[in-house]
Design a protein around this ligand. Structure first.
Ligand code: SAM
Length: 282
């Protein structure tokens, strides 16, 4: 018994199923179920929501989500070794856990989920940023999910919530803060994981706003911020010159000095630039 459910403790699960962590799968497991239940509670009211979990592994967070009352959990896991442990959890919570074996970058989970949908995950570091960018940049808004409760390396969490003028401010901050509220809700030391990573981790709570803060086309804004922060030390007129032959005029239209650098520009002005660029191209 583990405290939050009648299933075996996670150390025992890992030993029984020989789930030695593999670095190439970004595996750092959370074994403290009181901690995973606490992370699950950050996701808000779970009882009325379907939860998409990426990378359940031995199921620590999955069990936290179910014990905290999630209506249903759809978990996508790439490592087949974890499937028997996850099947045991599904048996303990009849009808509430569905596991898909596969790569989260290739699976469309929508067919298996009913709104309202929340996403919660201790993300594998090797695909975490790519998944986040996909969730943040659909063409239409609001997205299929209401909130994202995601564990990242602390440095990535800081990049998501950073403000203009700071070193951490970049593409992730602009794309997250354009249409969402994003804040760090927990920080965890390396020892919270097995094996312990080199760095601290943090849970970020990202809530989708009903409408974007500023009008912009998602693809154009993504293109602008990618180019601007790819060469973040350069002046924008030079970092962005491949986007349009009249980039200096477009920068002026957006109220951005051509000599400014990307990290000085707030979300409102990046959106103004994306609108000017889109209009100039059409
Ligand atoms: N959720 C578990 C926990 O908190 O203890 C495990 C988290 S571990 C950081 C990341 C998990 O993602 C591992 O179980 C790993 O096998 C899985 N994973 C890695 N790449 C994946 C991918 N592309 N699609 C789905 N799962 C993946």
């Amino acid at each position: 018994m583990s405290g939050i459910d009648n299933l075996p403790p996670l150390r025992e699960v890992i030993a029984t199923h020989d789930l030695r962590a593999k670095k190439q799968l970004g595996q750092n497991f959370l074994l403290d179920l009181n901690l995973t239940a606490k992370i699950a509670r950050q996701a808000g009211d779970l009882s009325g929501s379907d939860i998409l979990e990426i990378g359940p592994g031995p199921g620590g967070l999955t069990r936290g989500l179910l014990a905290e009352g999630a209506r249903r959990v759809l978990a996508i896991e790439k490592d087949a070794r974890a499937l028997p442990a996850l099947a045991q959890i599904a048996d303990a919570y009849p009808g509430r856990l569905q596991v898909i074996h596969g790569d989260a970058l290739e699976i469309d989970p929508l067919a298996h989920l009913s709104p309202p949908i929340r996403i919660a995950a201790n993300l594998p570091y090797n695909v975490g940023t790519e998944l986040l960018i996909r969730w943040l940049t659909p063409p239409a808004w609001p997205p299929f999910w209401e909130s994202l409760t995601l564990m990242f390396q602390r440095e990535v969490a800081e990049r998501i919530t950073a403000q203009p003028g700071s070193k951490a401010y970049g593409r992730l901050a602009v794309l997250a803060q354009w249409r969402c509220e994003a804040r760090v809700v927990m920080t965890l030391p390396p020892e919270a994981f097995v094996p312990a990573p080199k760095v601290h981790s943090a849970v970020v709570q990202i809530t989708a706003l009903p409408a974007p803060r500023f009008e912009a086309d998602a693809a154009t804004l993504s293109e602008v911020v990618a180019a601007a922060f790819n060469q973040r030390r350069k002046m924008l007129r030079s970092a962005l010159k491949s986007l349009h032959p009249r980039i200096e005029t477009l920068l002026a239209d957006a109220g951005i000095p051509a000599t400014a650098r990307a990290e000085e520009i707030d979300v409102a002005r990046f959106c103004a630039l994306a609108r000017a660029l889109r209009a100039a191209r059409s």
